[in-house]
Design a protein around this ligand. Structure first.
Ligand SMILES: [Zn+2]
Length: 185
């Protein structure tokens, strides 16, 4: 199982390297990585398991973060209607997106970043995403709200981009044009 010690932190080259397309059928190793990443997220959101293993809670984890340069990431979170989104995306892409942006008013966090980085991270408010499941089935999803933000955060990891790269350096809380902040309950 993946533990905090297996997650690489800022400064590690894997976080700044573009991950490579995965070929199908997935190797046993790739399948295990996919299920381990999703398992980490599920465990990290279970208070008892998280405490037992010292896991920091997360909703997304990309392969780069466990030092594997494969284009895959896991997401495990509820959307604004309380529907659970839980999957591993292989070779993910954003095929279209809204002009409107959004951002989390309290900023973004990352399992590879052990500090608070203040500032707004502009994200597309709505995206249409395509990816493959671990079995090679193509999926198309329309996402908005937190799931859209999380998808963009994880896709960035596969391209060697960190969330704070998007923060305005002069004024981290500068107004984002054409945006509406993410509202949370
Ligand atoms: Zn991250």
């Amino acid at each position: 199982m993946i533990l905090m010690k297996d997650i690489v932190r800022e400064g590690h080259p894997a976080l700044r390297t573009r991950a490579q397309e995965v070929t199908f059928p997935l190797s046993e190793e790739d399948r295990k990585l996919a299920s381990d990443m999703l398992e980490y997220l599920i465990n990290s959101q279970d208070p008892e398991i998280a405490e037992k293993y010292g896991l920091r809670s997360g909703i997304g984890l990309a392969a780069n973060q466990v030092n594997s340069l494969k284009r895959m990431f896991a997401l495990h979170l509820e959307d604004d209607k309380g529907e659970l989104l839980s999957f591993v995306a292989v070779n993910p892409k954003i095929v279209s997106h809204s002009v409107e942006k959004t951002y989390i008013p309290s900023g973004e966090g990352c399992l590879s970043v052990d500090r608070q980085v203040p500032g707004y991270v502009p994200r597309y408010a709505r995206i249409t995403a395509k990816f493959f499941t671990i079995d090679g089935e193509e999926k198309k999803l329309r996402l908005k709200g937190l799931p859209a933000i999380a998808f963009q955060h994880e896709l960035d990891h596969l391209n060697g981009v960190m969330f704070y790269d998007h923060i305005n350096k002069e004024n981290p809380f500068a107004e984002i044009p054409d945006s509406c902040p993410l509202e949370r309950e």
